[in-house]
Design a protein around this ligand. Structure first.
Ligand code: EPZ
Length: 414
């Protein structure tokens, strides 16, 4: 599967942003905890269909009605999640917290996900053990016994998004009050807590580094509007910037874009925020000099590759430091094929701006790298072929169609 792109077209117009993958997946896992139906807007990306396959195996029912999916967890059963399903995505591990939370026992296998560095789950398991869960890891199967689950304080060594979400799912139906300290503050974590609270949970402090959970006996499924995807929206804004275009992204919460907007302004773009709309007009692109990723509210690691693509054609040099994942520069050799000047040393990339990129055949190595190569192809002179496009479909809904609606010459070849 590949994207064929004829570059050099300015992007113009407006685009509606879809639900956030990284909020949607934990909310799907949370449906395992609910009695009655959970109703969400549809999100047509492969990570969601892979998560649905896991939930179906656990007895969850899915119905589609108009633009909604209706999720019925009442028939949910406790079963081993096999590696062939779990290894397709990182979020599969979130079923662990939900299953132990609901059934007090679970057996799962290790999650998959983008190859952007070692992605252990030690923080998840360590914190669960601190709350009384007995864990055995054997031949790739993680067996958990939560019959002695208790309350108390847990301090995370690192504000991991996944570990925070798993502990919330584990304890909402627990026995005693729990305080989670040094937790992730990402908006997607807050969205999970908002969903659970709407279903009857008692969670306070989401969005801060301390979350308190008072357990409840039951959660009732509800209809919920999942937040829109700030990473997808950021990708479209960067697509407009790199093509010297002018677009508006719609349906987003602009509070989540502070770090990105700051860097886009430093790059010479003009931005205008009105309500749930962010408008960008590209300008004379210049280097931002330095950028580093970190946990929210710092610059998101999931926009690092797309931002580097922009910096490749900005006037001046830029140093980009990746602080969240150990090896998230695997796309660099592909950008160099297109004429970019980048050197990487450990978790730091040095980008020397060049006047333009030239089309080439490049290979996506993961979801966000694939998106960055599409952006580079949109700006490049001539044709670009981005192979392994299936990586991009994991997290972008109708990416080629939406880009075409903004004036891009791109098609997905299956
Ligand atoms: C979530 O991954 C997102 N995925 C990632 O998005 C995102 O990049 C990441 O958070 C950071 O924002 C989903 O929500 C499905 P972490 P997660 O636990 O939960 C280390 C995308 O492109 N760590 O905060 O895996 C880990 O190795 C994806 O949409 C441990 O060492 O992120 C990493 O270096 C990519 N031990 C760092 O912490 C652990 O037990 C951050 O991981 C857990 C994490």
């Amino acid at each position: 599967m590949e994207f064929m792109i004829n570059g050099g077209k300015k992007l113009c117009g407006a685009v509606e942003i879809e639900c956030a993958k990284n909020a949607y997946l934990p909310i799907l896992a949370a449906s395992l905890l609910c009695d009655g139906e959970v109703i969400l807007d549809k999100l047509n990306i492969t990570d969601v269909s892979n998560m649905q396959d896991i939930l179906r195996l656990l007895g969850v029912g899915f119905k589609e009605q108009n633009e909604k999916i209706i999720i019925d967890g009442s028939g949910c059963k406790n079963a081993l999640i096999p590696a062939k399903l779990a290894s397709k995505l990182r979020a599969s591990i979130l079923c662990l917290g939900a299953l132990v939370g609901r059934f007090k026992r679970a057996r799962v296998t290790y999650p998959g996900g983008c190859d952007i560095g070692l992605r252990p789950i030690d923080l998840h398991l360590k914190a669960m053990m601190e709350l009384g869960v007995e864990i055995e890891e054997c031949h790739g199967v993680i067996s958990c016994d939560g019959t002695k689950l208790h309350g108390g304080d847990v301090v995370l060594d690192y504000a991991s998004v996944g570990a925070t979400e798993n502990l919330i799912l584990l304890t909402v139906l627990g026995r005693d009050k729990v305080r989670l300290i040094n937790v992730a503050r990402e908006p997607e974590v807050v969205d999970l807590c908002n969903f659970l609270n709407k279903c009857g949970a008692k969670i306070v402090g989401a969005g801060s580094s301390e979350i308190e959970i008072t357990p409840v006996k039951r959660l009732i499924g509800r209809e919920y509007a999942v937040m829109k995807d700030r990473i997808v929206a950021g990708t479209y804004l960067l697509a407009a910037a790199i093509t010297n275009g002018e677009i508006e992204v719609r349906g987003v919460n602009s509070h989540f874009f502070t770090s990105l907007i700051k860097k886009l302004c430093q790059s010479g773009c003009f931005l205008d925020v009105k309500g749930d709309k962010i408008r960008l007009k590209s300008g004379d692109l210049k280097s931002v000099g330095f950028l580093e990723t970190n946990v929210y509210p710092a610059f998101p690691t999931d926009l690092q590759a797309q931002f580097v693509a922009l910096q490749t054609i900005a006037r001046g040099d830029c140093v980009v430091k990746e602080n969240v994942f150990a090896s998230r520069f695997k796309y660099v050799p592909e950008l160099i094929k297109m004429g970019a000047k980048i050197t990487v040393s450990g978790n730091v990339a040095f980008v020397e701006g060049v006047p333009y990129l030239t089309g080439a055949e490049v290979f996506a190595t993961d979801l966000r790298s694939g998106a960055a190569l599409v952006l580079a192809g949109l700006s490049a002179k001539g044709y670009t072929k981005v192979s392994s496009a299936e990586f991009v479909l994991r997290g972008y809904e109708n990416f080629d169609e939406k880009l075409r609606s903004l004036g891009a010459e791109i098609k997905l070849v299956i």
